[in-house]
Design a protein around this ligand. Sequence first.
Ligand code: ADP
Length: 478
Amino acid sequence: MELMRNFIGNEWTEGSSRIRNINPSDTNDVIGLYASADAAATNTAIEAAAAASFSWSRSTPEVRSDILDKIGTEILARREELGTLLSREEGKILSEGIGEVVRAGRVFKFFAGEAVRLNGERVRSVRPGVDIDVVREPEGVIGLITPWNFPIAIPAWKIAPALAYGNCVVFKPAEMVPGSAWALSEIISRSGLPDGVFNLVMGPGSKVGQALVDHPKVRAISFTGSVPTGSRIGLACFQSGKKVQMEMGGKNPLVVLNDADLDLAINTAVNGAFFSTGQRCTASSRLIVEDGIHDRFVEGVVAKLSKLRVGHALDKASEIGPVVSESQFEQDLDYVRLGKEEGARLAFGGERLNREHPGYYMSPALFVETSNDMRINREEIFGPVATVIRARNYDDALEIANDTQFGLSSGICTTSLKYAEDFKHKSAAGMVMVNLPTAGVDYHVPFGGRKGSSYGPREQGAYAREFYTSVKTAYTLA
Ligand code: ADP
């Protein structure tokens, strides 16, 4: 089997060990062998990026725009092939895999536009004869650390703005899904970037990720992943004076009021909680349902779940793919056990399913009669597991929704303008949805959360410049 290598200083290099990329829909299917780098190789990539940094920071916006546009065009043209690879390695169903690839392509196109739109301000000084320019400059070398659940979209929404604003990149994808990251990097390697501007370093977080966080020439780290890893990275960046942006967990509430359109609420909840196998940081994990509609809602959700087809990600009939890995699967099953021990009632699912191929198949799990203080309602599960919490009225539902350490996304299903508006104002989340799933966002507007979910400036849209540029204030006495 061919070894897929790391891209360091414009050279494809073998690593010190190998990553086996396994298909979670069929664990007999080895997708590929990928080079795994160590700290020394990561340092070489950082030095290459640092050497390229000055000259790339002076490239014209048009050059950067053209390169990003070219990358986006190729990604979009290869959507079926790349989507198939993505679904094969991550386990989300093919339509979701292709959708994610399209999103990645669109992100590059969006930042191709942003590259030429970067502007500054000219401000009159409070002193006579003095003028002030406020401009944005690249940060320099940026380390990008990404998780497994969106193997091409998350890398895209970090790499594209980093390059658009003139930074150099060392990209470290999650070990579990190197295929999409490698394919994206291969496209980027042919896009016309000068040597060293973009580097791919696959390997373990403890070596490659840690080396990025430790190196003094890395000026900023953008991280998406779990809360414990994020906390460690955040602390290390603070100590070494690096800029840091972190997207971490969620425990996103979806409120369903008595006046909701019942079918819409059921579809919104099932989509938000279980699509992409519930492995989205924006997944609706707490369904907070007003008393008057509670029983009809639960009955409708259970009926829908019982019809959902869980199967091989590449089977066109599948509606939910497998869980990504054995360890994630064990964690999901542990939470199902824990929920029962805590006194919640399992209304549906939560079991291992056998399919034609050996894989991590699990029936979507719905807990009812839960209270917000249970661990299944406090901790992020990151799998096809959702809970229902009964609420007395809107105020009670709002209070429960906001009573969490997280604050990424939230939603409400209601036909009342009054409650919809009130919820948009009072929800303590970075993103609020009315009659829409908590997951599923656009690529041209800010993405991010509050409280324990996110740290630092927002990602995506024009707001991405806050992280990927540094502001300079220049005074002139003419
Ligand atoms: P998950 O596995 O749920 O995606 P993690 O937070 O474990 O969440 O991983 C997210 C990313 O962070 C991965 O690319 C992982 O390799 C990386 N990572 C893990 N540990 C470290 C570390 N100590 N320093 C830097 N990166 C790390």
